[in-house]
Design a protein around this ligand. Structure first.
Ligand code: HEC
Length: 237
């Protein structure tokens, strides 16, 4: 699906994350070069690379995205971020089936930038057993009660190529007919325990209305679900 305009905050400001110890050196090097080009462009805006340097976005190669997620697991960042007190967030990533072949650039949470930096959000979808129909993607129909869809997210920061945890999003299917206004879904978002919310500059307020602004509008025919791009679906393997 194409990117949906209208981002929501999500990315903690610098200093709000505990260092996971994970990074992608290629991105760090690439961005160091971009910063150097930008400095040159301040003096001479007509240089050939100035436009590209200004619009720079960091993109992970498929194998880099897989390695980054694995690094978060291996270094215990997931366990520290989602300890037992975070409920299903602490176990879903370990035990639920993944429906994407690799973390992919989210269609909505995807470009946060300030003067000297730029971040990108990569996400990973996992669903509990009851929600197995999710694997039929657009043909899933109305999901059965008790289905829980999880979307974990990690943030790539161009400066240093660092990878850190960002919130996990959940959609839980309630009793059919019990909450018509949300399509019988409960929307939730859980911040990693390692993020110091007092240091997050953007508005961290949560409302289901915000979630529904996209999920209801773009998911009318798919029970509020929006899925992931075709090329990362497990069926596309
Ligand atoms: C700006 C639009 C937008 C908003 C707002 C939004 N989402 Fe999503 N959501 C998406 C898109 C697009 C996808 C497909 C995966 C991707 O590209 O990240 C998605 C996927 C998901 C999924 C995976 C299940 C599925 O639909 O296939 C969950 C769970 C989820 N979102 C929960 C939430 C929650 C909880 C909120 C509110 C905090 C929220 N979303 C707000 C656009 C949005």
């Amino acid at each position: 699906m194409a990117a949906i305009a209208g981002a929501i905050w999500i990315v903690p400001a610098d200093g709000a994350r505990a260092a996971s110890g994970c990074s992608v050196q290629r991105i760090a090097d690439e961005f160091a070069k971009i910063l150097d080009q930008r400095a040159q462009c301040e003096k001479n805006p007509k240089l050939a690379f100035c436009e590209d340097a200004e619009d720079y976005d960091p993109f992970l190669k498929p194998e880099e995205a897989i390695a980054a997620w694995q690094c978060l697991l291996d270094k215990g960042a997931m366990d520290r971020g989602f300890p037992e007190k975070t409920g299903i967030a602490s176990s879903a990533f370990k035990t639920w089936k993944a429906y994407n072949t690799r973390p992919y650039l989210s269609g909505h949470l995807n470009r946060f930038t300030d003067e000297n930096d730029v971040q990108a959000i990569y996400v990973q979808n996992q669903v509990n057993d009851i929600g197995g129909a999710y694997g039929k993607y657009e043909k899933s129909g109305t999901m059965p009660e008790g289905s829980v869809l999880a979307k974990y997210s990690m943030v790539l920061t161009a400066r240093g190529g660092t990878i850190e945890l960002a919130p996990v999003y959940f959609m839980t299917k309630l009793k059919h007919g019990s909450r018509k206004e949300t399509g019988d879904w409960r929307y939730e978002m859980i911040w990693p325990a390692t993020v110091d919310l007092s240091k997050v500059e953007a508005d961290t307020d949560f409302s289901e209305q915000l979630c529904m602004g996209c999920h209801e509008e773009f998911g009318r025919k798919t029970d509020h679900m929006l899925f992931m791009p075709d090329e990362v679906r497990i069926s596309a393997k």
